[in-house]
Design a protein around this ligand. Structure first.
Ligand SMILES: NC(=O)c1ccc[n+]([C@@H]2O[C@H](COP(=O)([O-])OP(=O)(O)OC[C@H]3O[C@@H](n4cnc5c(N)ncnc54)[C@H](O)[C@@H]3O)[C@@H](O)[C@H]2O)c1
Ligand SMILES: O=C(O)CC[C@@H](O)C(=O)O
Length: 427
């Protein structure tokens, strides 16, 4: 019999890695989740496993790699949900997390303005050679010269990936008098006077500044290599604040050395140091017309605070109510507090016949089902049963045990609510 262990909210162990904003801790605390450990940076594998041990929910940013081996490790056996306190979720093996019954949440919007602002800053700094001149001034050299320096006004920026960030870069660039063209695999509504072009080649041949804003996918891996850079205009510029492996860095370094490109600004790298104490290595190091920033596109107080609140809220909603809205690897079910209800969550492999078996189990008991929800993705099925606590309280543990034995079951959870509030029962 798998009766499950009762955990009140203050016993739910939450570990937040990588200097996640204190705002997240506050949001957890306001919701009654007070057992939160906040670690200032990413940790090595051994520490990660030690911290994972017994943790119900964790929060990470882009440095912590949750690979298959980690997710399937005994230390992660209690792990119920993961929050990526950022946009990117490529650091998590999402299919493995899903088949472990672990939804992964992120913050798709909260840092996008910060990235767009940095890109605009990079554009001006790059085209005015601000950093080489500033570094020279720090060495007491006075390089007053207009050579190789340009206004952005009237220049064309070509945005590859016109999503949340690309479209904001578009608006800000246009406000500075730039012409905007963009390429996206989807047809996207142009903002202002921006124009969508039909091929990446056309964009590369036309733009004075190319800015990359695509997600990390197999299609975007190394999408800017030597061939693509060769198509760019002589003396143009490249910005990458998306993901490191979108650009072939050796090809970019070569284009800078040969002065095919007058400059570049790079915020993300194929290999990034795991902590601020590890040395940063890149073929771009030492090329003074390249602005190098340490993956800080989203690193502003405003963005981190908003992300902290957003992702903590999603984790709370999942833990307290079973709501998976906003999960990137899980069927989305929007659930809120339902008084005097016992809520059973059944996460299973999406294969024919599971729902029927669940209904058979429920049908064998004289209980009042107040609500039933089903959502599936290709691989995962998620069924939620709201059972009237007035009649079902004694029977629910037996029902849960029987549901746990339905072939294809990944995980079950039981959430009990009453007028005073919710508490959580986990496997
Ligand atoms: N530097 C940072 O600190 C930082 C911060 C946040 C996000 N990011 C990264 O920025 C990137 C963009 O984020 P977003 O929030 O704008 O994403 P988004 O999903 O809103 O937009 C991405 C756009 O790219 C398009 N796209 C996908 N594949 C494409 C392809 N092969 N060719 C052309 N277009 C393609 C999509 O249709 C979409 O419109 C992501 O890689 C994200 O991880 C970086
Ligand atoms: O904060 C981070 O570590 C990642 C920032 C950014 O790349 C994101 O994916 O949101």
């Amino acid at each position: 019999m798998t009766q499950g262990t009762v955990f009140n909210k203050e016993e739910i162990k939450i570990v937040l890695f990588e200097g996640i904003s204190q705002a997240a801790v506050e949001v957890f605390g306001q919701a009654g989740y007070t057992n939160v450990e906040l670690l200032p940076k990413a940790v090595d594998r051994e520490t990660l496993l030690a911290k994972l041990s017994g943790a119900h929910m964790i929060g990470i940013r882009s440095r912590t790699q949750l690979k298959q081996e980690i997710l399937e490790h005994e230390a992660a056996s209690r792990l119920m949900a993961v929050g990526c306190f950022c946009i990117g979720t490529n650091q998590v093996n999402l299919p493995v997390a899903a088949t472990r019954g672990v939804p992964v949440f992120n913050a798709p919007h909260s840092n996008t303005r910060s990235v767009a602002e940095l890109v605009i800053g990079h554009t001006i700094m790059m085209m005015r050679k601000v950093f080489p001149n500033s570094m020279a001034a720090h060495r007491k050299q006075w390089n007053k010269s207009a050579a190789g320096c340009y206004e952005v006004r009237g220049k064309t920026i070509g945005i590859i990936g016109y999503g949340h960030i690309g479209s904001q870069v578009s608006v800000l660039a246009e406000a500075m008098g730039m012409k905007v063209i963009y390429y996206d695999v989807l047809t996207k509504l142009p903002l202002g006077n921006a124009t969508q072009v039909t091929s990446m080649q056309e964009l590369l041949k036309t733009a004075d500044v190319v800015s990359l804003h695509v997600p990390a996918t197999p299609e975007t891996k190394e999408m800017m290599g030597a061939e693509e850079i060769a198509l760019m205009r002589e003396g143009s510029y490249l910005i990458n604040a998306s993901r490191g492996n979108v650009v072939v860095v050796d090809a970019l370094a070569e284009a800078i050395r040969s002065e095919k490109l007058l400059g570049a600004a790079v915020d993300v790298f194929p290999k990034e140091p795991a902590s601020n104490t590890e040395a940063f290595e890149s073929p771009l190091v030492g090329l003074e017309s390249v602005i190098l920033t340490p993956h800080i596109g989203g690193s502003t107080q405003e963005a981190q605070r908003n992300i902290g609140r957003e992702v903590a809220g999603k984790l709370i909603n999942y833990c307290t109510h079973g709501s998976t809205i906003g999960a990137v690897n899980f069927p989305g079910v929007n659930l809120t507090h339902s008084p005097n209800t016992i809520r059973l969550l059944h996460i299973h492999h999406n294969r024919p016949g599971v729902l029927q078996k669940i209904n058979d189990v429920v049908g064998d008991h004289a209980i009042n089902v107040l609500g039933q929800y089903l959502r599936t993705t290709e691989d995962i099925g998620f069924v939620v049963l709201d059972i009237d606590a007035a009649h079902g309280r004694e029977k629910v543990s037996v029902i849960r045990d029987q549901l746990s034995e339905v072939p294809g079951t990944i995980r079950t959870r039981k959430l009990v609510s009453d007028e005073e509030g919710d508490h959580t029962i986990l496997e």
